[in-house]
Design a protein around this ligand. Structure first.
Ligand SMILES: [Zn+2]
Length: 135
């Protein structure tokens, strides 16, 4: 029903978080710039930093994702270059991965972590407001 905050399934919250959307209301526009997230959702009012230290989880998740992708790139490069093991392209690919992936995943890591946090610690009454009714 529009105008209410129904219980959002965990998978939907995760998908919304991965898409850089608010896990509660599903709407976007949460980032002023790539690295600058609004303090609250402009649509439902959810305060993203729900507890002090909230973003440590996003940082950890970004680190884990980045290292996992870096590992896959290095292993794939080693397998593909076997038996010559040309190091220059492999080092270049690894360096680009190590730089680009954490920057590219940064906004999603924040919204995805907020979704995970909401799954672990469900929304308290008053933390978010129902979206405004349309005309
Ligand atoms: Zn919202």
């Amino acid at each position: 029903m529009p105008g209410t905050l129904d219980i959002v399934p965990a998978t939907l919250m995760l998908a919304r978080g991965l898409a850089r959307r608010c896990p509660v209301c599903g709407r976007g526009g949460l980032f002023r710039h790539w690295f600058t997230m609004a303090e609250r959702c402009p649509h439902c009012g959810l305060r993203f930093e729900r507890i002090e230290g909230h973003w440590v989880g996003a940082l950890g998740m970004n680190t884990i994702v980045s290292f996992t992708i870096l590992f896959v790139v290095v292993v794939t490069g080693l397998v593909l270059s076997h038996p010559t093991y040309r190091m220059a392209p492999l080092v270049l690919a690894a360096a680009l991965t190590a730089i680009v992936v954490p920057l590219a995943f940064f906004p999603s890591s924040k919204t995805l972590w907020t979704a995970i946090d909401l799954i672990m610690r469900p929304l308290e009454p008053g933390e978010a407001q129902p979206p405004a009714q349309g005309p």
